[in-house]
Design a protein. Sequence first.
Length: 370
Amino acid sequence: MYLKNIKVKGFRNINNANLSFNKNVNVIVGENAQGKTNLLESIFLLSGSRSFRGSKEKEMIKETEKSFYIEGNFDEPEKQVKYASLLENGKLIKKVIKNDKAYKSSRTLVGHFPMTAFSPDDLLLIKGSPSLRRDFLDSILCSLFPSYLSNINHYEKIVMHKNKLLKEEADEKIVEVYSMQMAKYGTSITLSRLELIEKIKPYIKKFFNEMANGRDSIDIFYECSSFDIKEVGIKSTNELCEDYLNKMLENKDKENFSKQCLYGPHRDELKIFINGKEAKSFASQGQIRSAVISLILAKTELIKNILNKAPIVILDDVMSELDSTRQKFILDKIKDFQVFISCCQKDIFENRKNKSVFEVKNGEILKIEE
Ligand SMILES: Nc1ncnc2c1ncn2[C@@H]1O[C@H](COP(=O)(O)OP(=O)(O)O)[C@@H](O)[C@H]1O
Ligand SMILES: [Mg+2]
């Protein structure tokens, strides 16, 4: 799958851009703070996922405007996306049209135009908080199974309500109703994550091992707070759900004392080990980079194989952080995908065929090489 062209209006510092893209590599060059990431962010929104920058859409509207508009055309039977966000009386209204049909939410785009993104912030995946690693798993599951997103949203709302009840020291019977709901949705989320880990693990190991020339090895495990994962495949989903509920009931004094939900997928951890040691505490800068690259490449490859559609790969400002061997490794692994890659200098792409180069200056974008 590839993005043929895009129109962007009133998006951050981009006033008006009308660009047609290469189906292989698109290099976005420019000095700092010119709008390279802004362009990548506008492309990524067409996938239906939240910004890889974690920003709010309100902030994406150009300071002097009341709305932004993005239109993308893909080489697909379902090929056109029109995406607008406008401010009306301080409220954000979103309009999403896919092939002339209007939808209420950009989530309806998820899975149709899959994209994976890699930005310098992703280096935090290894040493940052467990929620970043859970989000990594959840973002893949959302691309693959749009219903997973509503499960997660539902679960998070229940956790929020139960936390509130625990703070208010509400009646035990009411808290229990929420625990039952948590067990139902939480079990399904945990099982989906466990299944994903089994599928993605071989890809991560392979990429990491190749990058380290066989010297280093990586492994990943899921640490589960709700039930014993050794029982998965032995016990039924209902039994696991019951175990999880019992865990909450047996530990209700602890939850009452800490006034928050202590068990469930919102407390689980994706453990990453390099050469048998936990990466969070022991990995070197180089190992962290290789691990993150392996995770993102594995995600890209897995989505391609399951959806039978090659996701678009967005690489924001990552090349400058990498040595030339790793740069070559990435470029080699993504040669079958459409790639958007931002950088300050275009020299590393000098000898690459099948590329277009765009220069960004103060929000103006110009194609400088076909
Ligand atoms: N909502 C907005 N309206 C206008 N300008 C914005 C908005 N959001 C960010 N910018 C501007 O965009 C520029 C940063 O663009 P960015 O794409 O991050 O740069 P880079 O080329 O370094 O990737 C900054 O000058 C910032 O002020
Ligand atoms: Mg940038």
